[in-house]
Design a protein around this ligand. Structure first.
Ligand SMILES: [Zn+2]
Length: 412
């Protein structure tokens, strides 16, 4: 009897003293619970390029359930496999079918079809994955406990200046196209190359309208700010940034300027915040640039002498420690986008398996809960987290599908 009365009193006392009660959840627990109910749909992952590069697209050479096991200790680990996607609370993934922007035009088209084929083969081989072509497909996959697998084309060089190829990549399952990769095209300027068209050319506008007519999302990561603005001027559906962060936090050509963020509430688009350390923190951007310059210097100093070059670089790295980047830096970008655009304009696009470095505490796809726990600690509500994890990108995809119904498939 006594303890029954005492316990509620103690709980009330603990509450008033600001102490956590026995049932209070930690931020990690809250994050995990939210992601169980609202699994992440990530905008960008380069596993198809890894499958080509590491395994020559031979599916007998790896087990995607556990790539750490496949590769062993001798090789650099992959960031992704099914076991870690599950642990990370991932329910949908846009697999990037990136191809080298230097490829000649005809070869580019063949290569992108091969990479699209790789995603279909992957989803076909593993019961945990399921190809998703629509927002409804993503919801269905979630209900059956599978990871929705979507296809994102990275770079307009994939279509070889042909609207026919663009239309047929849609038929093969591609649901977004990034207008450029790092190189400027005949019809769209990239953020990291000299401009040719002062943004989007006339044909570039037709590409955007064709994508809108098909219901393929227009991705303006990688493009120049002028191309971003031109696209927003003519787009008939919300845009996405499949993997970019905020230029207002870190000045980097791959990040989204505030002038563009301000236009997103009107357009309805989302910035899927990326984890590339040099985009996340200025000190890290500068360190990586200095490291690259030092490597060039070492090459010139010791031509053909790899051992001496390595020793030189080890000495340099010891004298010049790499500034650390963590989930807290990613959260700074999310805070910023929330402040300038809004909570409805944020998503996640990690760029796992496409980059050399990652934040210290987010080394693979099992670590999304670390970021979400950080957001819990910053006061984000469960509804906010659900929007960032999947609600916003699902809304954009549905909007793109709706607009497609209202336009003819072929654009003039
Ligand atoms: Zn990229």
């Amino acid at each position: 009897m006594k303890t029954q009365i005492l316990l509620p009193i103690l709980a009330v006392a603990a509450f008033h003293a600001g102490l956590p009660s026995a049932h209070a959840q930690t931020a990690e627990q809250t994050a995990k619970q939210v992601l169980e109910e609202h699994p992440i749909i990530d905008g960008h992952n380069d596993v198809p390029a890894q499958i080509r590069g590491r395994f020559d697209s031979d599916f007998s050479k790896f087990d995607f359930r556990d790539t750490l096991e496949t590769l062993g200790d001798a090789e650099k680990p992959m960031h992704t496999d099914i076991a870690r996607l599950r642990k990370g609370g991932v329910g949908g993934q846009f697999w990037s079918v990136w191809i080298d922007p230097e490829l000649p035009r005809a070869e580019a088209v063949e290569r992108v079809i091969q990479q699209i084929d790789t995603v279909h083969r992957l989803a076909n081989q593993y019961r945990d994955l399921e190809i998703a072509l629509t927002a409804d497909d993503i919801e269905r996959a979630a209900k059956s406990g599978r990871i929705a697998s979507l296809i994102g084309m990275e770079g307009g060089h994939s279509i070889g200046n042909s609207l026919a190829v663009l239309r047929q990549t849609y038929t093969l399952g591609a649901r977004y196209m990034t207008l450029t990769h790092w190189k400027t095209l005949d019809w769209a300027d990239a953020a990291t190359d000299a401009p040719k068209s002062n943004g989007l050319s006339e044909f570039g506008v037709r590409v955007v309208h064709q994508m809108n007519a098909l219901g393929m999302m227009v991705d303006i990561s990688h493009v120049s700010p002028k191309t971003m603005h031109d696209t927003l001027d003519v787009a008939r559906a919300p845009v996405i940034f499949s993997h970019s962060s905020a230029n207002g936090v870190t000045d980097h050509p791959r990040n989204v300027p505030d002038s563009v963020l301000k236009r997103l509430p009107d357009n309805g688009g989302v910035v899927m915040v990326t984890f590339v350390p040099s985009y996340l923190k200025a000190e890290r951007r500068d360190w990586e640039a200095a490291e690259k310059a030092e490597q060039e210097r070492a090459k010139a100093l010791y031509p053909g002498e790899k051992a001496r070059r390595d020793a030189h670089m080890n000495g340099w790295r010891q004298a010049t420690p790499m500034p650390s980047v963590t989930a807290s830096d990613v959260a700074d970008h999310i805070d910023h986008i929330r402040g300038v655009a809004g909570i409805d304009n944020i998503g996640i696009g990690g760029d796992y398996d496409g980059i050399r470095f990652l934040p210290d505490d987010m080394q693979d796809v099992s670590t999304y809960p670390v970021l979400f726990a950080e957001l819990v600690q910053r006061g984000y509500s469960n509804d906010d987290l659900a929007k960032i994890a999947r609600g916003n990108i699902l809304r954009v995809m549905r909007d793109a599908e709706r607009v497609a119904d209202h336009h003819k498939i072929e654009v003039k």
